[in-house]
Write a protein that binds this ligand. Sequence first.
Ligand code: AP5
Ligand code: ZN
Length: 217
Amino acid sequence: MRIVLVGPPGAGKGTQAALLAKTLSIPHVSTGDLFRANISQGTELGKLAKSIMDEGKLVPDEVTIAMVRDRLHQQDAENGFLLDGFPRNTAQAVALDGILKDFGIALDGVLDLEVPEDEVVRRIAGRRLCRNDSAHIFHVLYNPPKTEGVCDVCGGELYQRSDDSEETVRTRLEVYHTETEPIIEYYAKQGLVTTIPALGKVDEVTERAIAALRENA
Ligand code: AP5
Ligand code: ZN
């Protein structure tokens, strides 16, 4: 299955993608995680991305598209993938169509996670991530770790993302509305979009997502 996950910052894309990828046995490809891995490794791409991400703006299309093209060429993506955070504007959606066309494949579906803005702000404010594995995602109130600051899964240190500050979140939400929302319309015209409410317990949202994918993708 080849799926794109869309939704505002903090909607729960990373949380759901980790669970869905496991259930569907496909790799979770998150451009945000790929950039953060480059930042922690100190690569040139990481140096370029860091200040842009901290402002809440989009990393230039050229480098982002090249990074995704490389990732989708890897063997584990041959039989499917779950894209999270890409495409993020119409130019990236057009580029993805081109990449898939070169492979002779197409998307099966686009899953749109719908969450009210006040809830995404609460989710982002309390988010804590594991330094060892970006799939280990916690929330100080909604999904607290057993020991404060320590990952339940692997014992790694939990941290708060530098772009989760109030000011940067405001910019990220604006960028989502102006740049990213138009891709929902782009894919709707291709009959690919299913919108699901992403409020409620994590497991309930996963069940809704799987049901929607089985029905529509
Ligand atoms: P990216 O990393 O993609 O961030 P984002 O889209 O802003 O999304 P988030 O990671 O903030 O949220 P999420 O939806 O994954 O929510 P999560 O599951 O963590 O991008 C970061 C930056 O990288 C961008 O601003 C940009 O600069 C750059 N970038 C990335 N892709 C790019 C691209 N294609 N082009 C250009 N630039 C790009 O959940 C949030 C919290 O809620 C967690 O604490 C979680 O525990 C909690 N939670 C989740 N589900 C529930 C639930 N059901 N109930 C209660 N709490 C929940
Ligand atoms: Zn961990």
